[in-house]
Design a binder for this molecule. Structure first.
Ligand code: G1P
Length: 296
């Protein structure tokens, strides 16, 4: 596939209050799922789609992200001397890409974070990846979205049906399914009450945006929660240009939430070659003791 999208933007300036105190001095994006930080899963997803330029929107206490994707001479020498070639290769591979870091001076919202990327993105289409949403590496969400972008050359959002009691946590769309799982979007609203939502189809943390979104973001006033919302700018854009959505039916973990984070940890541990057998046995024995406690 010829890739017209070469850059990915990773908003990473959030305070991570749901994971305090772990996130007091270190970024939420560096919380590990087994042995890899959330932000690395996100970067690797873009890498798999041949995207090699990464723009991180960071804020206070986020320097560890920069160090994580940098060369680490001492560590590399150490791995080399111990013959740990596979790990050495992984660490070097990531550092070879181009990373730009932009500081979002104040927590003014997702829309404002994206606007901060403008000087680096310039006049190109780009992907936005929210690292809280982990997409199963076996599923091809971003790749499908890039196919849709290649066809329509227009904005593409990732969508997922959500249960009624979760509607208030997402941007929710109205739209028409024009092909299997491809929607033309006619309206959207940021975090509505379930009773006022136009559907049960939520926007999840993957977007392919066109550079014209920046003008809309620059004009977007603060919305829900007093923040500049990407959803509001997209709603203004769709009055002028078509906006598409791809309904994802694969596996997503909301690692921005404690329960979602734990589910991702358990499932990724069950696939990790180093620990999977031991971990499965442990889970089974824990489960059987939970069950026998219940019976007594
Ligand atoms: C953001 C967006 C929201 C979207 C969600 C997906 O919200 O504002 O429209 O549905 O990401 O994860 P946040 O989770 O940052 O509050």
């Amino acid at each position: 596939m010829i890739n017209k999208v070469k850059k990915a933007v990773f908003p990473a300036a959030g305070l991570g209050t749901r994971f305090l105190p772990a996130t007091k001095a270190s970024p939420k994006e560096m919380l590990p799922i087994v042995d890899k930080p959330l932000i690395q899963y996100a970067v690797e997803e873009a890498e798999r789609c041949n995207i090699k330029e990464f723009v991180m929107i960071t804020g206070k206490s986020k320097r560890a992200i920069e160090d994580h994707f940098d060369y680490a001479w001492e560590l590399e020498e150490n791995l080399k001397s111990k013959g740990k070639e596979a790990m050495l290769e992984e660490i070097r591979r990531l550092a070879q890409h181009q990373f730009a870091y932009i500081r979002q001076g104040a927590p003014l919202g997702l829309g404002h974070a994206i606007l901060c990327a403008r000087p680096f993105v310039k006049e190109e289409p780009f992907a936005v990846i929210l690292s809280d949403d982990i997409i199963d590496p076996e599923d091809k969400l971003l790749e499908e979205m890039l196919h849709i972008y290649n066809k329509y050359e227009a904005t593409v959002l990732a969508l997922e049906r959500v249960p009624k009691d979760e509607i208030h946590r997402y941007g929710i769309i109205a739209g028409t399914e024009i092909k299997k799982n491809i929607f033309e979007i006619s309206d959207m609203v940021e975090k509505p009450k379930a009773s006022a939502a136009p559907s049960d189809i939520a926007i999840i943390g993957r977007y392919i945006l066109t550079p014209d979104i920046f003008d809309f973001l620059a004009k977007t006033p603060p919305g829900k929660g007093g923040e500049i919302q990407l959803t509001d700018a997209l709603k203004a854009l769709l009055k002028k240009k078509p906006v598409y959505g791809y309904l994802f039916e694969g596996k997503r973990y909301d690692a921005g939430d404690k329960f979602g984070y734990l589910k991702a940890t358990v499932e990724f541990a069950l696939r990790n070659n180093e620990v999977k057998d031991q971990f499965r046995d442990y889970l089974l024995s824990t489960l059987s003791s939970i069950m026998s406690n219940k019976e007594h």
